[in-house]
Design a protein around this ligand. Structure first.
Ligand code: ZN
Length: 250
């Protein structure tokens, strides 16, 4: 249930652009058009051993950071499609570089159930669905992963403690796994998250999927805190996904 406080925050923040403060929409047209569309590999430093290549379209600062926090912490649900388009750029670049033709499965990193209850929505699932809608029929979103209890909030933990905190913290849901198996088609699995920090969360998602025999093609995130390492920017133009090339069109 959205609280009165959330509604008040919506009203307060809803009257101006998160990027430039211009009164009006949450993201004004110039700020929206200035959002990045080129996704690149972003490796955390140090890179978690065994992690598949993570792709990010934005650095975690400025407007992208405000979008993620506004969506996650303040339930600014009008931001879902904006974040979905950013994530779609990362997914499209990851598949273009690492994958091939054929269906793509977006698997969002699970939020902790207590977090979903407290916030009244699952921001990562919503963002993944919005990305899937942008990418079209070739992409599907399946929340295959769930959190196991006992994980503490990651904020303030360093890479080693994050990995220890997260190890074994995710599991694959039986029912969607069975549904996936019944389809009988090979899919290219892309793990999706909003922010890549140390890579521990993405690695745990990859481990949990690998434990049931699902290979992960790549990780796609909206924004990464690490600086870009290697790789030529790949235009996440969704080519091959059968949708219009410009993420700026509505
Ligand atoms: Zn603006």
């Amino acid at each position: 249930m959205p609280s009165l406080r959330d509604a008040a925050v919506d009203l307060l923040l809803g009257g101006s652009c998160l990027g430039c403060g211009e009164p009006g929409r949450l993201v004004c047209r110039p700020c929206h058009d200035a959002l990045p569309t080129l996704a690149t590999p972003h490796w955390p430093s140090p890179p978690p051993p065994g992690l598949v290549t993570p792709y990010a379209v934005a650095a975690y600062d400025g407007l992208p950071r405000a979008l993620v926090l506004g969506h996650k912490e303040h339930r600014l649900l009008a931001l879902t499609p904006v974040l979905g388009r950013l994530l779609a750029c990362s997914v499209a670049a990851a598949v273009a570089e690492m994958g091939g033709p054929g269906p793509v499965l977006l698997v969002p990193v699970p939020s902790r159930p207590a977090t979903v209850r407290a916030r009244g929505h699952d921001p990562m699932l919503a963002t993944a669905k919005a990305a899937g809608a942008v990418l079209g029929r070739r992409a599907d979103v399946v929340p295959l992963l769930r959190s196991r209890p006992g994980v503490v909030d990651q904020a303030g933990l360093d890479a080693g403690h994050r990995r220890a905190n997260l190890s074994g913290s995710m599991a694959v849901r039986a029912r969607p796994l069975r549904a996936l198996a019944r389809r009988g088609r090979r899919v290219q699995v892309v793990v999706c998250d909003d922010v890549l920090t140390t890579g521990s969360t993405a690695l745990e998602a990859q481990r949990a999927l690998g434990a049931v025999g699902i290979d992960v093609l790549a990780v796609a995130v909206v924004a990464a805190t690490a600086r870009r390492v290697g790789g030529v920017p790949v235009h996440g133009d969704y080519s091959g996904f059968g949708v219009p090339p410009s993420p700026r069109t509505h």
